[in-house]
Design a protein around this ligand. Structure first.
Ligand code: ZN
Length: 76
């Protein structure tokens, strides 16, 4: 019997805020994003194994890691 197990990363934008990027120093929309790693069985997501948050600049695309508390403060 063949069992196909794997991982998939799901991206989700939680909020968008305008601000100055620390990398390109441009005033541009910054997206608060969630990256969830999911265990898949036959390509069907079963459950989330880890969750990380980041602030992504829409101008240069660089991402800053966020803690859960920072995510709550920015996405509220
Ligand atoms: Zn930037």
């Amino acid at each position: 019997m063949l069992i196909l197990l794997g991982f998939r990363t799901a991206y989700r934008t939680l909020a968008s805020r305008s601000g100055t990027c620390q990398y390109c120093h441009q005033y541009a929309p910054q997206h608060v994003e969630e990256r969830a790693n999911k265990l898949t069985l036959f390509f069907i997501p079963l459950f989330t194994t880890s969750r990380r948050y980041g602030l992504t600049c829409s101008n240069c695309g660089n991402t800053t890691e966020l803690t859960r508390q920072q995510r709550d403060a920015l996405a509220a």
